[in-house]
Design a protein around this ligand. Structure first.
Ligand SMILES: C[S@@+](CC[C@H](N)C(=O)[O-])C[C@H]1O[C@@H](n2cnc3c(N)ncnc32)[C@H](O)[C@@H]1O
Length: 223
């Protein structure tokens, strides 16, 4: 999926989902201050939505494609965000070595993980750069929350045609396939989260899509 085309799609059609997800993220993690990292940020919609709702000191937009970071930068300027609080880093989510350990309070990522070569490696990196007690909220989907499902299905259909997204079958079949894949992946991640002493949870529903959430402190509850 090319950066510019997706950004227009996110801006025109997905726009309402970002404040809805940002609200859920803050509600569930309780994190709304400190330093925020948006991995595979694209044009930065989720990071900006979290900046709007929370009181974060700053946000780092991290993406493999420079043009996506350029879109995020233009968006920050156009929407008059505090430019000193917005940082941009080009790189691979599986290698966060440029960041010191314990740098971030919250790491989020939407719609990017399934492109990563090794999600497990990325999770380990995210764990390293999280502060003690920090949260990670990674996943995807558009969810049906706050929207009419039929309209969202039509949008996903159009996206499949225009951008080659989707793996065939009806929207229901595709949704079921994604749900099964996430359940399998969660079983694989469970061993990793135990090894890292993290409390964790999986959201796996049509309403919200699929999200892996973990906290770098096994004493803390997810919610
Ligand atoms: C579908 S877009 C999602 C963008 C944004 N997070 C959103 O919710 O609208 C996927 C993004 O992941 C980025 N990406 C893919 N593989 C990546 C990787 N290995 N490391 C960092 N970013 C990656 C792409 O460049 C793209 O911007």
């Amino acid at each position: 999926m090319q950066g510019k085309g997706y950004d227009a799609f996110a801006q025109d059609y997905f726009q309402p989902i970002f404040p809805a997800y940002a609200h859920k993220i803050i509600e569930r993690t309780g994190v709304k201050t400190g330093r925020l990292l948006d991995l595979g940020s694209g044009g930065g919609h989720l990071g900006f939505a979290l900046m709007d709702l929370g009181e974060f000191d700053d946000v780092t937009f991290f993406d493999k494609q420079s043009k996506c970071l350029e879109q995020a930068r233009e968006r920050a300027e156009a929407l008059m965000y505090d430019l000193d609080a917005c940082h941009y880093e080009e790189g691979d989510a599986c290698d966060l070595s440029r960041f010191e350990s314990e740098s971030f309070d919250l790491v989020v990522s939407r719609g990017s993980m399934h492109f990563w070569d090794s999600p497990e490696k990325a999770m380990r990196e995210v764990h390293r750069v999280l502060k003690q007690g920090g949260y990670c909220y990674i996943g995807g989907g558009v969810g049906a929350t706050n929207r009419q499902t039929s309209r969202m299905d039509a949008i996903m259909d159009r996206m499949a045609k225009e951008y080659g997204v989707g793996h065939g079958g009806s929207p229901e079949q595709q949704s079921e396939k994604r749900k099964e894949a996430r359940t399998r992946q969660c079983k694989e991640f469970a061993a990793l989260f135990h090894e890292l002493n993290c409390s964790y949870a999986l959201i796996n529903s049509k309403a919200e899509g699929g999200w892996f959430i973990f906290c770098k402190d096994d004493d803390l509850k997810i919610w």
